[in-house]
Ligand binder design. Structure first.
Ligand SMILES: O=c1[nH]c(=O)n([C@H]2C[C@H](O)[C@@H](COP(=O)(O)O)O2)cc1CO
Length: 147
């Protein structure tokens, strides 16, 4: 594999409280490959505005096209998001390896449909407590991906 294309998924309409964490994860991901969805970590981005004229269909179709070109999906799934769940389902159907990162210490319980998908190869779910752990988690995931 030459340049790895990475699709990062994180909540937007589901709530932006973790955007600072998304941005730190994206910075880490950029050391492993090209991240298609850097805007997910932009604290000023809350979805399309009337001013930018983007329609929901355009966002959906662009995202699915990027997903199809991705070598893996990395999702921060602590803040529940319908869009992230949808992207993960599409990625499973496309046989794209997935890493889900979840912080149990936030008092949330991860959906059975995400945790229950963990098999350690096609879908990997990793619990973490601090973003400082992310570099090691990613190193392990990308090492396996390249095998
Ligand atoms: O404006 C957007 N742009 C966009 O790319 N998405 C995608 C990327 C995110 O991983 C995911 C977030 O979904 P949601 O907005 O339902 O939380 O959907 C979602 C939105 C807003 O729904």
């Amino acid at each position: 594999m030459s340049q790895i294309n990475i699709y990062f998924a994180g909540s937007i309409k589901g709530g932006r409280q973790d955007v600072g964490i998304y941005s730190q994860i994206i910075d880490q991901l950029k050391t492993h490959g090209h991240v298609f969805t850097e805007f997910v970590g932009d604290k000023n981005y809350h979805g399309p505005t009337e001013a930018d004229g983007k329609k929901d269909k355009e966002i959906h179709d662009t995202d699915v096209a990027m997903l199809k070109k991705s070598d893996c999906v990395v999702a921060e799934v602590t803040q529940p998001s319908l869009g992230v769940g949808y992207e993960l389902g599409r990625a499973v159907a496309l046989d794209i390896p997935i890493l889900c990162l979840f912080r149990p210490n936030e008092g949330k319980v991860l959906s059975c449909m995400i945790r229950g998908a963990h098999d350690g190869s096609a879908v990997t779910v990793v619990d973490y407590t601090d973003v400082a752990q992310v570099p090691d988690i990613l190193a392990d995931f990308f090492k396996k991906l390249k095998k």
